[in-house]
Each structure stands twice: as C-alpha cells, then as structure tokens.
Design a protein around this ligand. Structure first.
Ligand SMILES: NC(=O)c1ccc[n+]([C@@H]2O[C@H](COP(=O)([O-])OP(=O)(O)OC[C@H]3O[C@@H](n4cnc5c(N)ncnc54)[C@H](OP(=O)(O)O)[C@@H]3O)[C@@H](O)[C@H]2O)c1
Length: 338
C-alpha cells in the first residue's frame, strides 16, 4: 500500500509517500481500498508538532476515508466485499488501503462519489455533535459559526439551514458571496472587523443562541460574550495556535495564556454554558457515532446535506493540500486521492 507519512515535525514539505505491505483485516474489521481521504486541520497541527493526540512521529495521520471494501475479517456480517463505504479511523487515513473496525464504517448511498463521501465523517459528525446532539439548535435561533467556509463550517451551515436556524459566519472576505449563496444570513470579515461588536450590532445586543469556536485563544472569551441568555458556546479547536506553517511555541503559548477560564457561578447567573467537543476522544462510543453517521449519510442521500468538496490533490501533492488550507484558500473540504 501507499501512505503519506509525517517523518518529522515541520512545514508541508516534510510529508512523504512511502510503500508498505498491505494490511489484513482481523476479527470485526474490514479492509477498504481507499479512493479518497479527507484532510483535516488536526492533520496539519500534527504535522507541525502541535497536536498532542497525534501518534508519535513518524506517523500516518488522517481521520477519514471513502472507498470499496475488498476483504472482511471474521465476525463481520453487515458489510461485504464490493460495498462502497466511508470510514472514520483513528489515524492512518492518508493511505490507499485501510483496515478499520466495521463499527466505524458506513455504506454509501447510490450516486454519492468517493470525494464527497470522504468529506462527511469528521466535518458532519463534529457539527452534528455540537448542534444536534448537544446544542439542540432551534428554528429561529442565531448561530455564530467561525470559519464558516471551512470543512466543519460548511457542515454546520447546512445543519443550521436544515433546522431553520440563522447563521452569522466569520470568514475571509473573498468567501462571503459564496457563503451568502449557501444561506449564511450575515458574514463577518474577521480580518478587518471585530466579530464581537458585529454580532452585537447584527443581533441588536441580544446575542446568539449558539457559538461554534475552533479558533481558540482570546476568541473563546469573545464568542462567550456574543452569547445571549440560554446561549451555548462549543469550544472545539485552537487554529489560532497555528498561524504559520511551522510550529511557533510563542503563538501557542500566547493562545493558551489568552484562553478565558469559566466559572460555574458566573455561567449560572448569566444562563450561558460552555462545552468542549473533541471527536477524537469519543472512540469508546463508536456505536453512537455510527448511528449519527447513519442519520447524516441518509440526509446526504436525500439531498438535505451536500458535502462541499473544494479541491482534490494526489498523494504526491499532499504538501500542496496542506498549504492550500493554511493559506486559507479552501471553501469546504480538501481531499487526497491515491
Ligand atoms: N474537536 C473536534 O472534534 C474537531 C473536529 C474537526 C475540526 N476541528 C477543528 O475545527 C477547525 C476547523 O477544522 P477544519 O478541518 O474544518 O478546517 P477548515 O475550517 O477547513 O480550516 C481552514 C480554514 O480555517 C480558517 N482559519 C482560521 N484560522 C486559521 C489558521 N490559523 N490557519 C489557517 N486557516 C485558518 C480559514 O478560513 P477563513 O480564512 O475563511 O477563516 C481556513 O480556510 C480546526 O480548528 C480544527 O482543529 C475540531
């Protein structure tokens, strides 16, 4: 098999393609011939040496793939060779051949291509956890979505549209027209506008019902102040800790030091809540995740959700794929194809 390795921490240029023997599925596992792998910001943080969850280097990252099953292990009864599937995986997704527990695999609806399928698991599960499972977003509620044009951002926008909630999205200015076309009610250019002041202006001081923040650092505190009564803030990433393409301890430290601490008494009196979400720490509830993924795939199948794939890069262009995201060029998902 061919895989993309991170041999050492560094810029995008460290990524390299290596060959290895094909893996064999064990009990309860299936082997997938991968047609498309999703790129996530966590992969970039791992490459920079900024992702504590990543396996020790050298390693192969990647949380999701889509492809065709070509072998099944003992005890797997609900999947078979030839099935077109997607899978979440605890790393190792930058590969042309993946062995995964059947519990982490879902069959694709007819007509869904592999690139779109690989754009589903991480982005939609993360947005679903925050907006549906935990946030119970209501019709008419306002939702502040940071990086609304990104992978998770686009999934969040589609879930809000489906639920009848109204999105205020932050994004680089060049993405605003497309965001509006995707149903975002208000766009904020965080590069030139203070998003907290803008949210207060847009909502006449009322604030939002839900805020999704993966920027981190001082942004968490500002997003909290954007909440109205009964508002829920979901903290799920720290992309501001990685402003450049190689690790900056200074940026990470600055981010940590500017992260607000929350107290239960203050939250009680303000009727606001803060919740952390890390999909990568939920492997022990795989059956529940699989059920959510099943619902999501069904909503993709009936056209309610439409994964937005922006760009596809070959394995040999993996460095370009990472640069594309870090240069903030992506609108939706970036995919690698073997
Ligand atoms: N906790 C979890 O379970 C979980 C799961 C998935 C993702 N996440 C987090 O969610 C965030 C989004 O992830 P994603 O994979 O969907 O990525 P993404 O949003 O597609 O990331 C790229 C976009 O983020 C924006 N951005 C903001 N700060 C950035 C920075 N310092 N460097 C580069 N881009 C930056 C840029 O868009 P604009 O210029 O338009 O703002 C860029 O185009 C990340 O922080 C990620 O770690 C967390």
């Amino acid at each position: 098999m061919r895989q993309i390795w991170i041999p050492k921490a560094g810029g995008p240029e460290v990524l390299e393609v290596r060959e290895a023997a094909d893996p064999t599925p064990g009990e309860g596992e299936v082997r997938v011939r991968v047609a498309a792998s999703g790129v996530n910001f966590a992969d970039i943080m791992a490459r920079m040496g900024l992702y504590p969850d990543a396996p020790p280097l050298p390693c192969v990252v990647g949380y999701e793939v889509a492809g065709t099953i070509d072998a099944i292990g003992a005890g797997v009864t609900d999947l078979k060779a030839g099935d077109r599937v997607l899978s979440i995986t605890q790393f190792g997704g930058y590969t042309d051949t993946l062995v995964a527990p059947a519990m982490q695999v879902a069959r694709l609806p007819d007509g869904l291509d592999f690139e779109a399928a690989a754009a589903i698991p991480v982005n939609y599960l993360t947005a679903w956890l925050m907006l549906v499972r935990l946030g119970n977003v209501q019709a008419g509620e306002r939702v502040l979505v940071h990086a609304a044009a990104g992978g998770v951002g686009q999934a969040a926008v589609q879930i809000c549209n489906w639920k009848g909630a109204s999105v205020i999205g932050t994004a680089s200015p060049g993405k605003h027209a497309r965001l509006k076309a995707a149903g975002v009610a208000h766009c904020i250019d965080y590069t030139s506008q203070d998003f907290e002041a803008e949210v207060k202006r847009i909502t006449d001081g009322e604030g939002v019902g839900v805020a999704l923040d993966a920027v981190g650092g001082s942004s968490f505190g500002k997003s909290y102040r954007c909440l109205g009564s009964l508002g829920r803030l979901y903290c799920f990433g720290v992309s501001s800790f990685a402003p450049g393409k190689s690790r900056s301890i200074f940026a990470a430290l600055k981010g940590l030091l500017s992260t607000r601490r929350y107290g239960p008494i203050g939250m009680m009196n303000e009727n606001r809540g803060v919740h952390g979400v890390n999909l990568g720490h939920l492997w022990h509830i795989a059956p529940e995740l699989r059920a959510m993924l099943g619902e999501i795939v069904q909503l993709v199948g009936d056209g309610t959700f439409a994964p937005v794939v922006d760009a596809t890069f070959s394995f040999d262009q993996a460095a370009e794929a990472h640069r594309y995201i870090q240069d903030r060029k992506n609108f939706g998902k970036v995919i690698l194809t073997p």
